[in-house]
Design a protein around this ligand. Structure first.
Ligand SMILES: NC(=O)c1ccc[n+]([C@@H]2O[C@H](COP(=O)([O-])OP(=O)(O)OC[C@H]3O[C@@H](n4cnc5c(N)ncnc54)[C@H](OP(=O)(O)O)[C@@H]3O)[C@@H](O)[C@H]2O)c1
Length: 299
């Protein structure tokens, strides 16, 4: 144990789980809303403002790292109340608690704050314009944090997948694709949304690097490159078939977002450029295909 004292919120999520590994050199107290027995995680609901402030006062962290979110994007389109509570109000309260304790705050945000009409990779300085209620809730969270406490890092990422699987979504995109392939279901995936799938293992290592800098602000942190979700699915199947995880790579039919018909609109192009990390000389994120290859190998 040593290094920085970090209070990690959402320690059982995809990113939270990989952060526990990436931050091994530090003193980390990890929490979860409902920790599994014997997980070593402390119970903490981020809606419990007093409980959060009390734990911050008790543990005395140098940094609070918030990976919690309510991100069922299509459900939020029908009812944004929970998203506003977790992604915005709770984020504000956490930032205020960090200000009271004079510790840094790191919060994770999303490419869905952008509308996707730029047609080129988004920079941290580009003006957000969310298309979905989820994106709006995350943007409000960002803004409330900026107002509450300057010692913050806001890290926007995209298309996360990790070995822990996104609990709120019943798994991640890679798990879902492999399940459909094993069930022999036809694979129809949107081909008109371009972004950059990012492995939480890689993002966790990047966050561990960023917090060493003490240079606060908003950062984009995704793998390098970009692809449509249909291309991502094709790559998943090619790699999984080569490793024997599925019998053969099934054909992928690229469909339009309109045909898919999800309730929430997604940006058609939300590749993020990691300009801030590059300027600090610490962009360690590799091409998305390399990260996916390692992820499939670890399954
Ligand atoms: N997944 C993506 O594709 C994606 C893309 C861009 C950005 N992001 C952002 O990246 C961050 C991490 O996402 P992820 O994929 O790692 O999500 P995840 O696996 O679903 O983890 C989110 C965690 O938040 C916890 N949580 C929700 N409500 C809580 C509450 N009231 N109190 C305490 N914990 C609560 C969840 O716990 P329970 O399971 O117990 O509810 C879960 O452990 C989020 O900020 C998300 O908005 C995600």
């Amino acid at each position: 144990m040593g290094g920085v004292k970090i209070l990690l919120l959402g320690g059982n999520g995809q990113l939270g789980t990989d952060l526990r590994s990436a931050l091994r050199g530090h003193t980390v107290l990890a929490t979860a809303r409902v920790p599994a027995p014997d997980s070593g995680l402390r119970a903490l609901d981020v809606e419990d403002t007093r409980g959060c402030a009390a734990l911050i006062a008790e543990f005395g962290p140098d940094l609070v790292l918030n990976t919690t979110a309510f991100h069922r994007v299509d459900d939020i389109e029908r009812d944004a109340s929970m998203a506003l509570r977790i992604n915005a109000a709770a984020a504000q309260q956490l930032a205020l608690a960090c200000r009271a304790a004079d510790c840094a705050f790191l919060h994770v945000s999303t490419d869905y704050v952008f509308d996707g009409v730029k047609g080129a990779p988004y920079l941290e300085t580009d003006v957000p314009n969310p298309l979905s209620a989820y994106g709006a809730s995350k943007l409000v969270g960002e803004q409330l944090i900026r107002i509450a406490w300057p010692k913050h890092y806001i890290v926007r990422s995209c298309g996360l997948y990790g070995l822990a699987g996104a609990s709120g979504k019943g798994g991640n995109f890679v798990n879902t694709m492999l399940r459909l392939a094993r069930e022999g279901k036809p694979i129809r995936v949107v081909g008109d949304q371009i972004c950059t799938p990012t492995a939480t293992a890689d993002l966790a290592r990047q966050i561990a690097r960023l917090i060493e800098t003490g240079v606060y602000g908003t950062y984009h942190a995704t793998s390098a490159g970009g692809c449509a979700w249909s291309e991502f699915a094709t790559e998943i199947f090619t790699l999984a078939a080569a490793r024997g995880l599925i019998a053969a790579a099934p054909p992928v039919t690229a469909i339009s977002s309109a045909t898919f018909g999800a309730p929430a609109r997604r940006p058609p192009y939300s590749v993020l450029e990691n300009r801030g990390l590059a300027e600090l000389g610490i962009d360690i994120l590799r091409p998305w295909q390399e990260a996916l290859t390692d992820y499939i190998a670890a399954l």
